[in-house]
Design a protein around this ligand. Structure first.
Ligand code: NDP
Length: 805
């Protein structure tokens, strides 16, 4: 009778014996190298602790760099055949893995709850089903690779480093696309949560995956993670974890040519407009910040509420928090489990204490947390100002900070007031408002009237300091492939061209022929010294210096301004004034690109002469470069309204709009060769996709780019979309890469310059695209234009729109 009166939950414990037996049978665990369990070279083991009790569960091997060498060698050998294995065969293995995950789903769910401290409700209903779904989905891509990604090959041996918050799910996000595309893998699970990766290793043995295709090394970051990142025979690193470690990996791999994808931290906004369904919102908040104890990179940790409903919503929220059930993760009626480690718990406590110290108001439910494990109660902060630590720093725990706004514009400004950009939720019953706000938020995923939705078909990843690269969706596959032609290019060898010397009378004349007048006077050419092109105006360089431009015979053929740090800063500022370029219509952008092509065509001969004069190449060759540049402008004008997004249909009632958005401000250092075509081939796709650019033209032959000023001026290109600063390529690139308001840097120069760009980009984790000193055949349509350029110009935002009542 008491139960009927209180409607209290009774205990609903999950049986733990099968998981404990499985652990007993295997301990101490070895490393999986070449599909064999091997002892760690160090002979050392580390305890795996149950965070809900603080007691050891088992011991796992502590690998060291010797084990990393062995695993990478195994993966390299395996790659020789796995990389050539037909897609259908890879698909069969991946299908089998998915099936076996389902066969062992309960064991995996219990192991995950024991090891991580998250509730069985989440591991059983979310983590493990999504793991299986990821392998099924990518089995499909393995099958389709040859037809859907022609011209691409696997990158080779991939090092993968994953965190502890979704141990098996992160493993699946990494391994599934890698295998689908034909790569082999060395994976390091997080130190605290290796157990499901070890069960996964056993599954790979069960399905008979060829030896060496996936190798799993447990152990410490300093021994395994760092060695993997530095290893010279690893072709790509895929990392999920903290922004600080991501930054250090970016610096370590700079210039090595290793492909890199980083999924980092977040401080995601959860925006509630006053017409939202508040009861749904409350459940949304529970899922946003108390799911997995808030240890979720995309947790909705900043609640932004429209002022007039704030008190009502916070009241409902406190009532709901009071009812949340926190405790034994293996109790099926528990909402929240334990924090993964004592260290993480201390960090949460420290940040919460700091929030109180900084003047915010803290609220926690009246009930007490269990003792014995690492528990922290759901926590709400109000009276938070946007600049305080708890509003800016990722807490990675069950702590929500709440702020208010009045207008949609203010909501967007608050939402974007963070260095991160992983995800956002927007709550409103007004679909027009929600779909208007979603594209304005700088984040890789936006959930409308829902939160923390994931599916293999919809890519996941960050903007800004939340990292780059996507996991899931077709876009995620490109993280694991490279164009086939790249393998053939090894040194910086521009295309062979026939050199001719300029005619005598063309020398020394700034590119303009002298004219014989009837009265025998020689009419000197009118001096024409191009300045810099900033915000649609030709401006003098701040330095007051000019640089000579030479022909191959070392005769001066003109001068250009010598740009410096200040000019770059002005140019970057100018790009921000042209923000309307991204929000304008694609039709309009296409029209302007066609118009640029039209105006360039009118002056084709003059541009060809300019190329001959600077490079000494044959007339026909130069004319071909100009015509190719015109054709390229046409290509990107064509793509502008055709390189569109996708609508995904994940297994829910709703759709996911995968929108290709511009990256923002792109710095571009043009190649030395092909002074006009190199310039146009990079600028055109960037602006076609809605970016604004600061361009450093070819240092030796900048006049082809500076001649474009007038073409741009007569083509209705809005001021500030293209800004050009001439001068020393490497010095100016350095300033651009250092600049926190530049979102991506493209560099086509030397190997050392490429390394510098990758190294410096770690400052604000900007995306980079560099050539490591390798030449590209710019005249060739496969290498010089196409989807690769469009992909580099865009990032995918997934907007989740569920429907139904
Ligand atoms: P870390 O970045 O320290 O660890 C993540 C992984 O990287 C672990 O496997 C870790 O190994 C390894 N690692 C740590 N240092 C190095 C290194 N120098 N070189 C190579 N590998 C290294 O993150 P935390 O474990 O502290 O996790 C919390 C943070 O991770 C949060 O701030 C959160 O934002 C972020 N995160 C982001 C996610 C995303 O998807 N964007 C997902 C999950 C977490 P070991 O375990 O042995 O230390």
């Amino acid at each position: 009778m008491d139960i009927f009166a209180t409607m209290e939950y009774g205990p609903a414990p999950e049986a733990v014996t099968p998981a404990l037996d499985w652990l007993k049978q295997h301990e101490p665990f070895g490393l999986l190298i070449n599909n064999q369990w091997v002892k760690p070279a160090s002979g050392q083991y580390i305890d795996s602790i149950n965070p809900a009790t603080g007691k050891p569960l088992t011991q796992v091997a502590a690998a060291n760099s010797g084990d990393v060498d062995a695993a990478v060698a195994a993966a390299r050998t395996a790659f020789e055949s796995w990389g050539k294995t037909p897609g259908h065969i890879r698909a069969r293995y991946m299908y089998a893995i998915a099936r076996h995950i389902q066969k062992h789903s309960r064991l995996l769910a219990v192991l995950e709850a024991l090891d991580n401290g998250k509730s069985i409700r989440e591991t059983r209903d979310l983590d493990i089903p999504l793991v299986a779904r990821h392998f099924y989905y990518h089995a499909g891509w393995a099958q389709l690779k040859s037809t859907e990604l022609p011209g691409y090959e696997p990158v080779g041996v991939v090092g993968q480093i994953i965190p502890w918050n979704f141990p098996l799910l992160m493993l699946a996000w990494k391994i599934a696309p890698a295998l689908a595309m034909g790569n082999t893998v060395v994976l390091k699970p997080a130190r605290y949560t290796s157990l499901t990766a070890l069960k996964f290793a056993e599954i790979m043995q069960e399905v008979g995956l060829p030896p060496g295709v996936v190798n799993i090394l447990t152990g410490e970051a300093s021994q395994v993670g760092e060695a993997l990142v530095r290893h010279s025979d690893v072709n790509k690193i895929a990392f999920t974890g903290s922004t600080d470690v991501g930054r250090s990996i970016r610096r370590t791999t700079a210039g090595s040519g290793k492909k890199l994808s980083l999924e980092l931290g977040g401080k995601s906004p959860f925006i509630v407009f006053d017409d939202a369904d508040l009861d749904s919102v409350v459940e949304g908040v529970v899922d946003a910040i108390w799911f997995n104890q808030g240890q979720v990179c995309c947790a909705g940790s900043r609640l932004l509420v429209q002022e007039d409903i704030a008190d009502r919503l916070l009241g409902k929220l406190r009532a709901r928090m009071e009812k949340l059930r926190l405790g034994n993760p293996l109790d099926k009626a528990v909402d929240m489990g334990a924090i993964v480690s004592p260290g993480q718990l201390k960090e949460i406590e420290r940040l919460v204490a700091q929030g109180v110290e900084e003047g915010a108001e803290m609220w926690q439910p009246s009930w007490a947390c269990p003792t014995g494990g690492y528990f922290f109660p759901p926590t709400l902060f109000t009276n938070v100002s946007p600049a305080t630590t708890i509003a800016q720093v990722e807490i990675f725990g069950p702590v929500l900070v709440s702020m208010t706004f009045r207008t949609p514009a203010e909501a967007v400004a608050l939402a974007n007031n963070t260095r991160y950009g992983l995800a956002a939720s927007v709550w409103s019953e007004n679909i027009n408002l929600a779909l208007d706000v979603a594209p304005k938020i700088k984040a890789g995923s936006v959930w409308i009237n829902c939160t923390n939705m994931f599916d293999a078909s919809s890519g996941f990843g960050g903007y800004r300091e939340s990292g780059f690269g996507r996991e899931g969706g077709k876009e995620g596959l490109y993280e694991y492939v490279k164009p086939i032609w790249e393998a053939q290019q090894t040194t910086h060898q521009p295309d062979e061209v026939q050199l001719i010397l300029p005619d005598e009378h063309e020398k020394h004349e700034n590119g303009y022929r002298t004219v014989e007048t009837p009265n025998d006077f020689v009419l000197p050419p009118i001096d024409r010294t191009p300045k810099l092109f900033i915000k649609g105006k030709q401006v003098r360089p701040d330095s007051g210096y000019s640089l000579d431009v030479y022909d191959p015979e070392h005769h001066v053929v003109g001068q250009v301004g010598e740009g410096n740090r200040k000019d770059i800063r002005n140019a970057v500022e100018a790009t921000h004034t042209a923000s309307g370029w991204a929000s304008g219509t694609t039709h309009n952008r296409a029209q302007i690109l066609y118009y640029i092509a039209e105006n360039l065509a009118i002056r084709a001969e003059e541009f060809a002469r300019r190329i001959v004069q600077q490079t000494g190449r044959a007339n026909a060759d130069a004319a071909n470069e100009v015509q190719t540049a015109i054709s390229r402008l046409f290509s990107y004008a064509a793509w502008t309204d055709k390189y569109e997004g996708t609508v995904h249909r994940p297994p829910l009632r709703g759709v996911v709009l995968a929108m290709k958005e511009p990256i923002g401000v792109i710095g571009i250092a043009c190649p030395e060769e092909y002074p006009l075509l190199g310039f146009i081939s990079l600028v055109a796709p960037a602006i076609a996709m809605g970016n604004t650019v600061v361009v450093i033209p070819s240092q030796q032959s900048p006049l082809s780019a500076t001649d474009c000023y007038q073409v741009f001026e007569t083509s209705d290109l809005p001021d500030g979309v293209v800004n050009i600063v001439t001068g020393d390529t490497d010095a100016l690139s350095q300033v651009l890469t250092d600049h926190d308001d530049v979102d991506a840097m493209w560099y086509f120069g030397s190997a050392e310059g490429s390394k510098r760009v990758e190294l410096t980009s770690a400052g604000n984790m900007k995306r980079t695209w560099v050539n490591y000193g390798h030449a590209r055949h710019w005249l060739d349509a496969v290498q010089g234009e196409g989807e690769e350029f469009l992909r580099e110009s865009t990032q995918v935002k997934n907007i989740w729109v569920p429907y139904g009542e």
